[in-house]
Design a protein around this ligand. Sequence first.
Ligand SMILES: Cc1cc2nc3c(=O)[nH]c(=O)nc-3n(C[C@H](O)[C@H](O)[C@H](O)COP(=O)(O)OP(=O)(O)OC[C@H]3O[C@@H](n4cnc5c(N)ncnc54)[C@H](O)[C@@H]3O)c2cc1C
Length: 285
Amino acid sequence: MASPASPPRFWIPPLWNRETHWESNIMAGIQFLADLYQGSWNGELFQSPPPPVDENKVSEILVNYRGMLDQFPASDVETLGRIPDELLSLMARDGFFGLSIPAAYGGLGLNTQEYLRVVEGLAKMDLSVALVSLAHLSIGVKGLVLFGNDEQKAAYLPHAASGSSIFAYALTEPQTGSDAQHITTRAELSDDGRTYVLNGQKTYITNANYAGAMTVFAQLDPAKPGFMGAFIVETGWDGVKIGKDMPKMGLKASSTAAVQFRDVRVPMENLLGKPGDGFKIAMTI
Ligand SMILES: Cc1cc2nc3c(=O)[nH]c(=O)nc-3n(C[C@H](O)[C@H](O)[C@H](O)COP(=O)(O)OP(=O)(O)OC[C@H]3O[C@@H](n4cnc5c(N)ncnc54)[C@H](O)[C@@H]3O)c2cc1C
């Protein structure tokens, strides 16, 4: 085994000989790997510190959640198989549906580190209840936060943050899970070019029976599998039908159900990004 003092086995051109920035980045990468192979590493390459965590804010949220569970014990909620409306209202009032949504839209604006600390804490206490806000934030509304335009954000994020519109993420279908490029739900542009007509079926959708809106993925061109759109679809629109909650071994207070779309007219303004971005959005989330 090579000792740290062994001479390098590779000849790496010195970085200062390189003329262009991209070349020096590549060489820095090779140098890093060569160093790693030799048993040392250059920590200076990792210069961006994680964002600071506001410990008071995080612990306030967790203490608050603990208090809610004292009023609504996890075992009772699990036996009920549904989060009581009073508990949902308390969570909404105290910002649980807006934890990571920017403050400009009424959320608490936690940064990623803070959000993850809260997720960890909530999950330890009771994930079954917490999942309603975590699925809403981590997958349901995430596409809108990352890819929505200003109008879409202004229209939906305040409702998402206040909990008046809980979000779900609808990708999986009865015949298609991991192989998401081959979903069969279809969105066809209407003749007047103003709406997409959505048809298809989704399954295993977390939050389905709590949701006011969903990020729904659909094929845009049958000849091009994977050329998809991501749409914000309100569950109250004509043609959206949500099934009964599926029985599960655990996480029983979390809603998991099938969703059917039959000739649902989705305004073209509700397409996230541009036509064809859907798969990228689904995978980025
Ligand atoms: C409780 C619960 C909540 C869910 N919530 C949501 C939700 O909110 N929204 C949503 O869209 N979906 C949701 N899902 C669906 C989930 O995302 C899918 O179950 C998942 O994508 C896998 O799809 P599948 O079940 O069809 O399994 P399959 O795709 O059929 O996979 C079966 C097994 O084969 C393996 N496999 C598949 N392809 C390959 C490959 N190419 N190489 C090697 N191994 C492979 C998989 O890892 C897996 O172990 C939920 C599922 C559950 C159980």
